[in-house]
Design a protein around this ligand. Structure first.
Ligand code: ADP
Length: 702
């Protein structure tokens, strides 16, 4: 229920601007609709001339203005042309946030807004360092020519373009330059003594296959050009060199290199349950890089046109959300969060994933084509960051482009720490509770975490703290000043009202035919209960609780294992072929699939069939093999944290998960007792009490 209400809140249409950050939800504003009043063609022409648009955009804008001049302003075409020109004017074709980055500064920005994200912090700082190095490194060029004047001229021209340039007077010297360093590009004369350009090119290809070559010659023949290109030269220029041709050829090579560099640089995809800081880490990255932050929610986006826009010929056409976000960012190098990528839809006619693939492809994204804008736009400087709750719902090609950075749920200690250092001070500030600033005791914060939230992240916690601050603000305004200096747990409870969650969900005690399990879902870990009842019948297995296929298979595996080894579990007397067995897993809003409930199902079955009560405060997770071994499962941290939230005292996990458990123990202080076991029979010895009575009736008395 909590999650439902959260979704309703985030479905608010429109755009939010907060803390200088721009957020898009469902955008409903009409495209690049003019912000100012309509312009006449003459003013517009002046604006276009002053705007320094790229050539093709300028031409397109002028053509539309010419059309406006010939059209009556009351006619629809006039408004369409006007809207288009204003859209072109509003896009950041060449505006860039100035490059500014230092690693220590980035670490400070991160630490000033986040706690408890050790591995994420390291990964993000590495990413930023690699990005900054790649982006700032000048390209290194080697000019090889035996004519000193030609060499010096080329060196001068290419240095002026901002490249690092070295020179060599012949092929041998050029090859020596490759000792201990690499060049992005070699510009070499063809005719040289001892080793000509062709031979040099072949030698370079062996030494440094990534280096590209441009061949220059004063004796151009078709034959020499063909040979040079065959040996791998990317361009062939004739002397005297036309400088524009040279610049264009070099720019072309370097554009390809940059794209290849970006291809190798991974795109980060923050994956984790809601409220664990994915968005706020994205914001911190933008702040550290001094760039605007824009966020585009992809949840439920089905139509590619929403991303890529509609052609202008359609009535009411507008650019897609990508270009709208860019326009709002005001620069073409923002940090751009593609949020909830795993929730993106697809319908029969169009697949938005195709547009995303293009967007994220460095070979193509410097010419991204929005259908409305109808001109290529360079998105190659945008830093995209994707987020998802669950990557298993994402399709292969998209996932291949992304490097997953997992965000884990927080323990109770971590939540209390985040609350006291970040969430509470922020909420107090936002509610004007600064003089005097109320103090909330640590124990009171823990009480809020435990009794008023039930989540892997801290979004609900932040909401509860906001609620507390509203109550305090009201008290203050009603004249109950001074505000309580140090709120203890009892005062907090008095203000917030009855607890919302029972943190002892497992309830303790023992139950016959019911075992406590743990599942992982996109919201984090959850406690579930597996119930088994039996009735006279014909050996049928009934499974209910909206179970996925893999979970249903786990139930069959558990039952087969018990039936095949009845003596191990005291089930020799159970008349399986005269029993119907019903397995039910309540909690309809928890997605239930995957193999990890196998051992829990086995525990509930044996509990019912052998009449051995199961301890409710022992939670199990483990995949069962047909032979009864416990196979490792995923999501250990989320599951154990969920067990702790639910009041479990012991958690039983497969022995093969020992490394995950060691890591968890190293990072979280207070954990339930964790038992690592290798087989289902060992697990059942811990969770099941000895038989209350002989199971002679085979569970028929359920
Ligand atoms: P997500 O994008 O993962 O759903 P958010 O980034 O929106 O989560 O986080 C929800 C709130 O919790 C934000 O106010 C965020 O600043 C705060 N928050 C989450 N994790 C941390 C953390 N580790 N340290 C400080 N604040 C955090």
């Amino acid at each position: 229920m909590q999650h439902q209400s959260r979704m309703q809140q985030t479905a608010t249409p429109g755009m939010e601007v907060a803390n200088g950050m721009i957020f898009f939800r469902k955008l409903i504003e009409p495209g690049c609709a003019p912000e100012e009043t309509a312009e006449d063609p003459t003013t517009l022409r002046g604006k276009v001339a002053a705007a320094k648009l790229p050539e093709d955009a300028q031409r397109a804008a002028e053509a539309e203005i010419a059309r406006m001049e010939k059209t009556d302003p009351s006619v629809a075409e006039y408004a369409i042309a006007l809207g288009y020109v204003e859209c072109l004017l509003s896009l950041p074709w060449s505006d860039m946030a100035p490059a500014s980055f230092d690693l220590d500064g980035a670490a400070r920005v991160f630490d000033a807004s986040h706690a408890g994200l050790g591995q994420v912090r390291e990964r993000v700082l590495e990413h930023l360092a690699a990005h900054a190095l790649g982006a700032s490194r000048p390209f290194s060029l080697l000019v090889v020519d035996d004519e000193p004047i030609a060499r010096a001229n080329l060196e001068l021209v290419l240095r002026r373009e901002g490249h690092h340039v070295e020179v060599a007077a012949n092929g041998e010297e050029a090859l020596r330059r490759f000792d201990g360093q690499e060049f992005d590009l070699v510009v070499s004369d063809l005719k040289m003594d001892t080793m000509d350009g062709q031979q040099l090119l072949e030698a370079i290809r062996e030494r440094s296959p990534e280096t590209q070559c441009i061949i220059v010659t004063g004796f151009a023949t078709v034959d020499s050009a063909v040979r040079a290109m065959r040996s791998g030269a990317v361009h062939y220029l004739t002397k005297p060199i036309d400088l524009d041709d040279l610049r264009a050829a070099v720019a072309d090579v370097l554009r390809g290199r940059r794209a290849r560099y970006r291809m190798r640089a991974p795109l980060l995809c923050f994956v984790g349950p809601p409220g664990v800081g994915k968005t706020s880490v994205g914001q911190a990255i933008a702040k550290a890089m001094n760039r605007p932050f824009v966020r585009l929610s992809l949840a439920d986006l089905r139509d590619e046109a929403e991303l890529r826009g509609h052609r202008r010929t359609y009535a009411g056409a507008m650019p897609g959300r990508i270009m709208q976000a860019l326009r709002t960012a005001g620069v073409r190098n923002p940090v751009f969060m593609l949020d909830e990528m795993d929730k993106m839809g697809q319908d029969a006619r169009s697949d938005p994933a195709m547009a995303l693939l293009e967007l994220l492809d460095p070979e193509q994204n410097d010419r991204f084509l929005d259908r409305y804008v109808d001109l290529p736009f360079d998105l190659s400087e945008v830093m995209f960051i994707a987020t998802a709750n669950d990557t298993s719902r994402m399709r292969g090609p998209l996932l291949d482009r992304l490097e997953v950075v997992p965000f884990a749920g927080y323990s109770e200690d971590e939540k209390a720490d985040i609350a006291s250092r970040f969430l509470l001070p922020r909420q107090l500030r936002e509610h004007g509770l600064v003089h005097p600033r109320p103090v909330v005791a640590d124990e009171a914060l823990r009480r809020i975490v435990r009794d008023y939230t039930d989540e892997a992240g801290v979004r609900g916690l932040e909401r509860e703290l906001a609620r507390l601050c509203r109550k305090l603000a009201r008290l203050h305004m009603e004249g109950h000043a001074p505000l309580p200096a140090g709120l203890d747990a009892e005062q907090v409870t008095a203000l917030l009202g009855p607890a919302r969650y029972n943190h002892d969900r497992t309830g303790g005690g023992q139950h016959t035919g019911r075992a406590t399990g743990l599942v992982w879902s996109e919201k984090g870990g959850e406690v579930i209960f597996v119930e088994v009842s039996t009735m006279e019948g014909s050996g049928q297995l009934i499974l209910t609780g909206s179970l996925g296929d893999v979970l249903k298979e786990s139930a069959r595996i558990a039952l087969s294992h018990l039936r095949s080894t009845p003596d191990v579990f005291g089930l020799r007397a159970v008349p399986f072929d005269r029993l119907d067995i019903h397995i039910h897993i309540p909690a309809g809003d928890v997605a239930k699939d995957g193999p990890s409930a196998g051992v829990t199902i086995a525990a509930a079955l044996v509990s019912r069939l052998a009449g051995r009560p199961a301890r409710a405060d022992v939670a199990l997770s483990g995949e069962l093999s047909l032979g009864g071994s416990l196979l490792p499962v995923s999501g250990i941290r989320e599951k154990v944290l969920a067990a702790a939230r639910g009041g479990a005292r012991t958690v039983i996990l497969p022995r093969a998960n020992a490394p995950d458990v060691a890591h968890l123990r190293a990072t979280v202080q207070r954990l339930p007792r964790i038992e690592l076991v290798g087989s289902v029979s060992d697990a059942l010895e811990i969770v099941l009490a000895p038989a209350a009575q002989p199971a002679t009736k085979g569970g028929l008395d359920a």
